[in-house]
Design a binder for this molecule. Structure first.
Ligand code: FUL
Length: 494
């Protein structure tokens, strides 16, 4: 079991070590028997690659607000108001979103009101003092166990801003040290295999603060002791990405479920910045229902068309999608939402479940010279192995990848994935199709700039209308601009 104190101790060890090791510049050129391309920086850490692969996961906003009909509780809510009408069942939440094709979920276990959904030692404002027996369910513990059981990824949202705590923003480090960092450590006791910790940016303002009822503001950059938190989290949870405060993945810049058509995995906002130097891929947080982040009576889940649009405008544009599906006052995902989620899963399966590229013959106009144990053939694009990739020789950018079908085939979408371990490179490409095998016509959509981890191009240019598709004999991708030789590991056609 991890003792909460570990977070503080680990941080001081890290400081001592770095003071003893002077910076040494490497001058040797490493051997390269496989003729692998050099990386284009910035490159992601391995945990960021694994995080990206989660692609589509749920947000579960549930807690005191579910029972007070609030979005931002003040922090003075009596603990007994948390009284679920049924036994909250995190496994039911995860099963519902798994049916929609999601690979994981983040449970809000403390929102800005400070009420903790586990029996914490840091405050009395928790389920330990809730209003009924149902409320005693330890949400993070059950959530983590269910995720492991269902083979899904999981993580927690722990609001750094705490409108209940008397210590928050009181001019000392007591809140950060004795409340916030300890809460993060307590949560690590439910599993060190968390894939993401969600640290919200909402930060300071009016609140209860132990009865002071005043406005308190903090400096987000220094108040939460992020270097300590980051080191400590990575020591006990090496694959956990710190979202938001913590800076390993970025907010996509809106809560409306869309990313820029050009989208770099570094920089900020909807499009990122081609010249930024720190890997920070985009995550898009969107409400899956018509009301707020928390459940409110009378709300409804979005239509399948709207959910498809979210998917195409986020996952299809090099961002991940964290879609909020709020449990109700019984601690369950309502039946209508469960049904809609299952239908969405079927729709995704129908539209993205059968990769037609695997039926095609694929060739490239240029292929990188093979090394001893690695080749860069175009066939790597359809071998189902994300660790093999197609590449060109250094300096060769203008290139074509061509897919020819054995017979005329109806297609709607093309999905492209760069081998991001060596950096995001492609800056421009076009897609052309042929109906006779000789004459090529560009598709209608021309905002084909970046690719990144994944880009899905609708051949009709529309993220809202799926359409009838196109009957074609072949399809080719023309890479027109790239930071260095392009590397793609998978191209799929649907
Ligand atoms: C925001 C919060 O203030 C909202 O209540 C919600 O949790 C959302 C996901 O992040 O910043």
């Amino acid at each position: 079991m991890i003792k909460p104190i570990i977070f503080g101790l680990l941080a001081s060890a890290a400081v001592t070590m770095s003071a003893q090791s002077p910076l040494v510049l490497k001058t040797e050129i490493p051997a390269n028997p496989d003729n692998e391309p050099v990386p284009v920086h910035p490159v992601p850490h391995e945990r960021q690659v694994l995080w990206n692969e989660t692609e589509f996961y749920a947000f579960f906003h549930y807690g005191m607000n579910t029972f007070t009909n609030m979005e931002w509780g003040n922090g003075d809510e009596d603990e007994t108001r948390y009284a679920p009408k049924g036994k909250p069942d995190p496994r039911q939440w995860l099963e519902a979103v798994k049916a929609a094709g999601m690979k994981g979920g983040i449970a809000v276990v403390k929102h800005h009101d400070g009420f903790c959904l586990w029996p914490t030692e840091t405050t009395d404002h928790s389920i330990a003092n809730c209003g009924n027996e149902n409320g005693k369910v330890n949400i993070p513990e059950e959530f983590a166990n269910a995720a492991r059981d269902l083979d899904m990824k999981y993580g927690f949202y722990i609001s750094p801003w705490d409108r209940n705590s008397a210590y928050y923003g009181d001019g000392t480090d007591r809140y950060t040290r004795d409340v916030f960092l300890r809460q993060c450590a307590e949560l690590a006791q439910y599993g060190t295999d968390q894939f993401e910790m969600w640290f919200d940016g909402a930060n300071g303002g009016s609140g209860y603060y132990g009865g002071a009822n005043e406005t308190r503001n903090v400096d987000q950059d220094t108040y939460y002791d992020i270097p300590n938190l980051r080191d400590s989290i990575h020591t006990v949870m090496p694959n956990c990405v710190m979202w938001g405060v913590g800076g390993e993945a970025r907010w996509i810049g809106n809560e409306a479920g869309w990313a820029g058509e050009t989208c770099w995995s570094y920089g900020s906002g909807t499009s990122g910045d081609e010249n930024a130097f720190e890997w920070k891929a985009g995550e898009s947080d969107a409400k899956g229902t018509s009301a707020g982040w928390f459940w409110h009576a009378g709300q409804s889940i979005h239509t399948l068309d709207r959910l498809w649009q979210f998917y195409m405008e986020t996952i299809g544009r090099n961002a991940t999608l964290i879609l909020n599906i709020p449990p109700n006052n019984y601690g369950l995902i309502p039946a209508t939402d469960v049904k809609r989620l299952a239908d969405f899963g079927k729709l995704l399966e129908q539209r993205l479940g059968n990769d037609l590229a695997k039926t095609a013959t694929v060739t490239a106009s240029a292929t990188r010279t093979a090394g001893q144990n690695r080749n860069y053939e175009a066939s790597n694009l359809i071998d189902g192995d994300k660790d093999t990739y197609w590449a060109t020789d250094d300096g060769v950018i203008d290139s074509y990848i061509t897919f020819m079908f054995p017979e005329t085939t109806n297609v709607h979408l093309v999905s492209l994935m760069e081998y991001i371990r060596k950096g995001q490179r492609v800056k421009g490409f076009t897609i052309e199709t042929t109906t006779d095998g000789e004459n090529w016509t560009p598709i209608k959509y021309d905002k084909t700039t970046t690719i990144g981890y994944k880009r899905i191009i609708p051949l009709n240019g529309s993220t809202t209308t799926y359409g009838k598709g196109y009957d074609i004999k072949g399809l080719r991708i023309h890479i027109t601009d790239s930071k260095a030789c392009p590397l793609l590991h998978t191209v799929s056609i649907y």
